[in-house]
Design a protein around this ligand. Structure first.
Ligand code: ATP
Ligand code: FE2
Length: 329
């Protein structure tokens, strides 16, 4: 029976998980956070370096599996922050050498999507909303095709920046959701949908000016930001459902933890007779389980790197979702 270990380290989180037959045996993660200010890549990498061994042993212990039983090591190869990716790749190579097992290089974004299979979604339109990425994706002929995306920043980074302007540390998403729940008055903000794409930097500038003017209640601003930006996401996701004729919507990525976004997606799906799927929060934010889960699927199709080829294996900080040839579907 195959046991795959997954390593995630593309940005703020270092995570390790063990998966057997699609079942998640353990999913341990620790995240770099700040009190004030955004993520500093070298500091995040240091966090990973300092925590990786402990997380590894914790993951082994909580799965009840001894390390000799591991058949292959799946690792997030990209996209992500280079110093953070390097920590994961270095650790994967160390383990591969020690255990004499192959490495499965996994695309982080596709792992965010494929973990959605655990919810029962079969052929969905995917709304992938995370720190660096915001994309509407659907699978067709060996590629995850991008139907629409942000033309500037990812919605998670947008929310984290908005939070930073209010003096809130990283990650800002959960704190902003709390403020938004207390908001009462809707403040008009720019609404920027261009065809299937969206832009966010103009809205961010507008919000920054509003914060600096001190004329607005911050709860109302957080509430209005969520209502506006999530409506943009739901609008493009709905259009993708209409275009593709698909009947399922799947949420993925850390911003999908937001309960208001989930609610708005649910309403849209209900109105058009589509099914809505969303993994649990510990599978939405960066985690090793999604890497191990997709790693196992790839490994079963014979995708892995062995022997000397492992020395050539490198990180891919800028790898795009639609560059990856999907040989496992
Ligand atoms: P990518 O997958 O694009 O490389 P990432 O790995 O940094 O990005 P994730 O871990 O998938 O991102 O998501 C992190 C983001 O999710 C952060 O920007 C964080 O603020 C946001 N987030 C987490 N919880 C919430 C929430 N409840 N509401 C809104 N945003 C949230
Ligand atoms: Fe992510």
């Amino acid at each position: 029976m195959t046991i795959i270990l997954g390593i995630e380290s593309t940005a703020h989180t270092f995570g390790i998980s063990l998966v057997r037959k699609g079942k998640i045996l353990s999913n341990i993660r620790r995240s770099y956070t700040t009190e004030k200010g955004g993520i500093i890549p070298l500091d995040a990498a240091k966090h990973h370096q300092e925590n990786k061994k402990e997380i590894y042993f914790e993951a082994l212990e909580s799965s009840g599996v001894s390390e000799e039983k591991i058949d292959a090591i799946a690792v997030s190869q990209g996209p992500g922050l280079a110093p953070c990716l390097l920590e994961g790749m270095k650790f994967a190579k160390e383990l591969s050498k020690k255990l004499e097992k192959p490495i499965i290089p996994v695309n982080h974004c596709i792992a965010h999507l494929e973990i959605g299979r655990t919810t029962g979604a079969k052929d969905p339109v995917m709304l992938y909303v995370s720190g660096a990425n915001t994309q509407i994706i659907a699978y067709s002929f060996f590629k995850f095709r991008i139907f629409g995306e942000t033309l500037d920043i990812g919605v998670g980074n947008f929310i984290d920046n908005f939070a930073r302007y209010m003096g809130i540390g990283f990650p800002g998403g959960p704190a902003i959701q709390e403020l938004a729940e207390k908001g009462k008055k809707f403040i008009e903000l720019p609404y920027k949908v261009k065809g299937m794409d969206i832009t966010l930097s103009g809205i961010l500038t507008n919000l920054r000016q509003k914060i600096e003017s001190d004329k607005y209640n911050i709860n109302d601003l957080a509430y209005s930001m969520q209502e506006t930006v999530f409506a943009m996401l739901v609008e493009t996701a709905e259009r993708a459902l209409a275009h593709t004729g698909k009947k399922e919507l799947l949420l993925g990525g850390g911003v999908a933890c937001n309960s208001r976004l989930q609610e708005m997606c649910k309403i849209m799906c209900k109105e058009r007779g589509a099914k809505f799927f969303c993994p649990s929060n510990n599978l939405l934010q960066d985690n090793g389980a999604m890497i191990a889960f997709l790693g196992e699927i790839m490994f079963k199709k014979g995708i892995n790197v062995q022997g000397k080829a492992i020395n050539e294996l490198d990180i891919k900080p800028r790898q795009r979702t639609d560059d990856v040839e999907v040989k496992w579907r």
